[in-house]
Design a protein around this ligand. Structure first.
Ligand code: M6R
Length: 612
């Protein structure tokens, strides 16, 4: 959701800006733009913007033969004002250009104040107020860095910004508060971007800015200060991300690649415990031994797919570790006056680590007095990871497709480890049970690989779904969240309206929707709820509904007219949801393929949801 690239170098930085923007495309956007200073023929600010894809901006750049040594660039996901060229960033105020990720909550007050001083606004964005504010500050404080520092002191809300001015062609200024931004140290210059992927083309040496940092980038150096102007040192890290991690390879889409990467992602996440028969607290961080002590309940905070991972984990943590668990949609929890127990382990789950609601919910839980916090996250050094006392980094590798797949299964793996650790502490796990669970966990990559072999058959099923406009997903127990995840995947990338129900709820309302036009997808493991689920499936058949059943091989359901069966491997016990979600992902992917949607960048959605 919005991406920023900033570059200042001894070379032409225009290709760096364009390549950086295309590496940020996966975050989701609807327009793109750039501004540069220090071109071959002019020291004036040049700005180009395009509604639509980065490729359209690249074509404009090509036509204008743009070349420069200083620039800022942006992909915009519309919040204030429609997606249009006029609202696209950078926004300019007489030679000062600004790109911005986040939301300025007091922009209307700022706008009114600036209009009273004679500033004319041409866009509907909150960002334009930042550009005019910096310009206004420069009337009394001409130094660009100081003017930016003073201006951000007046901003309320979340932001990461990049600023250049044609009067100051030897530096760029960036600042962050509540939105991601990191700096890159290259051989030919200095850079900043919303994530590392944008900078791998020029450097792997990065500095993660903290909230409240303001940085000045020149060709040779970086200077960082806090809001009050005090200098601060931030450590440089060598990113472990390799440039080819962002390549498609033999796959048609990143989503397909990421579905097929799951066995490896699970192996990598298990890391040191792969092949081991026991599990220890230390996996969750040095302080885990102390912070897990006396935990009486667990609170999971997350959004979307990560929320579904929490819902599955509730079944595990309650049944195996004997702990009461609440799983909360972060955007709801953060505004609820709930009852806090300091003996709660708060688990924030997020692929990106930047989801604004999850981050805010985590902070809120801490403010309420719950200090035992754990982040389960795929991005080290992300805001959520830095906010939590403990962390477990899922080693899924970069997830580019907007639809989350390998992040989900690796989150489940971490939750399984957490369940075993807490069960062991609570004296609820014998040595033989621990060994049995660990063996199943370590065998998961092989088991998932087996499920992936169903792809051709699922592709054939997808043909039948492609013409539908609605679908129902059913599941029971720990597979109910898998039905929810199946429905989310389908609607997200194929735009088919899909709903998931706990199968026992069917006759309390949704059964009224069932007729021969409504496909009903059932997640049907051979677990202790199977007989109950079979009765629910009969209710669908009796109303003429067409059933598509993903059944464990040992479930004893036979195919018949209007009851189609996809045979999964034998039942996998507690970890069965990890296997059952894979055909849900593949089904959504293949239906989207048939419908010809933009699989990796579905309309209206962003990968990192950095605004609430
Ligand atoms: O990065 P996060 O895991 O915090 O993201 C949460 C949701 O935005 C995300 O899971 C979303 O629901 C996915 N696009 C679903 O596929």
């Amino acid at each position: 959701m919005c991406g920023i690239v900033v570059a200042i170098a001894t070379r032409n930085i225009v290709p760096v800006l364009i390549e950086g923007l295309s590496r940020l495309e996966y975050r989701g956007y609807d327009s793109a733009g750039l501004a540069v200073v220090g071109g071959e023929n002019s020291d004036k600010l040049v700005r180009l913007r395009a509604c639509g894809r980065v490729a359209e901006l690249a074509a404009l750049v090509e036509m204008s033969r743009l070349s420069a040594s200083l620039g800022i660039a942006h992909t915009r996901w519309a919040t204030h004002g429609a997606p249009s060229e006029i609202n696209a960033h950078p926004h300019v105020s007489e030679g000062v250009a600004v790109v911005h990720n986040g939301i300025i909550e007091n922009f209307e007050t700022l706008r009114a104040g600036l209009q009273a001083r004679g500033y004319v606004f041409v866009s509907d964005t909150d960002t334009e107020a930042i550009a005019h504010l910096i310009h206004h500050k420069r009337q009394t404080t001409p130094d660009l860095f100081e003017a930016v520092r003073l201006a951000v002191g007046e901003l309320e809300g979340a932001y990461a910004i990049g600023v250049i001015a044609d009067s100051d062609p030897a530096r760029a200024v960036v600042a962050r508060h509540g939105a991601p931004l990191l700096l890159g140290i290259g051989e030919e210059g200095m850079y900043a971007a919303s994530d590392t992927a944008a900078l791998l083309q020029v450097t792997r040496k990065v500095i993660y800015l903290e909230d409240g940092d303001i940085a000045e980038l020149s060709r040779e150096a970086i200077r960082i200060v806090r809001a009050g102007g005090e200098p601060v040192e931030r450590q440089a890290h060598l990113s472990s991300l390799m440039p080819d991690a962002m390549e498609l390879g033999p796959y048609r889409h990143f989503m397909q690649k990421e579905i097929f990467e799951q066995p490896q992602a699970i192996s990598n996440t298990l890391g040191l415990v792969l092949g081991s028969h026991s599990v220890q607290e230390g996996l969750f961080g040095a302080q885990a031994f102390d912070l897990f002590d006396g935990v009486r309940q667990v609170l999971v905070l997350a959004c979307g797919t990560s929320y579904h991972a929490g819902l599955v984990a509730r079944y595990w943590l309650e049944a195996v570790a004997g702990l009461p668990v609440s799983v909360e949609i972060a955007s709801e929890y953060r505004y609820r006056k709930s009852v806090a127990d300091p003996a709660t382990l708060v688990v924030a789950v997020s692929q990106s680590g930047e989801t604004a609601d999850t981050l805010a919910a985590l902070k809120y839980a801490r403010e309420l007095g719950m200090k035992r916090t754990l982040a389960i996250c795929n991005v080290p050094e992300s805001a959520i990871v830095r906010e939590a006392a403990l962390r477990f980094i899922t080693r899924a590798g970069p997830e580019i497709g907007v639809a989350s797949t390998k992040a989900f299964t690796t989150q489940l793996v971490v939750f399984a480890l957490l369940t075993l650790v807490l069960a062991k502490r609570n004296g609820r796990l014998s040595g033989s049970e621990e060994k049995k669970h660990m063996t199943a966990l370590c065998h998961l990559p092989v088991a998932v690989q087996k499920v992936l072999e169903l792809e051709p058959e699922i592709g054939r099923w997808a043909q039948r779904f492609a013409g539908k406009e609605h679908a129902l997903f059913l599941g029971r127990g720990q597979h109910w969240p898998i039905a929810m995840e199946g429905a989310l995947k389908l609607k997200e990338i194929s735009y088919i309206h899909a709903e998931a129900y706990a199968a026992g709820e069917l006759k309390h309302g949704p059964l009224a929707l069932v007729d021969e036009r409504m496909p009903v997808i059932a997640v049907s493991p051979a677990d202790d709820l199977l007989e109950k689920l079979k009765s629910n499936l009969q209710e669908v058949r009796a109303r003429g509904g067409e059933l598509y059943v993903f059944a464990d091989d040992d479930c004893g359901i036979a195919a018949s007219e209007c009851l189609h069966i996809m045979r999964m491997p034998e039942h996998y016990g507690m970890l069965s949801p990890v296997l059952h979600v894979v055909p849900m992902q593949l089904l959504a992917y293949h239906v989207a393929l048939v419908r010809g949607t933009d699989v990796d960048k579905p309309r209206n959605l962003a990968k990192s949801v950095t605004v609430e």
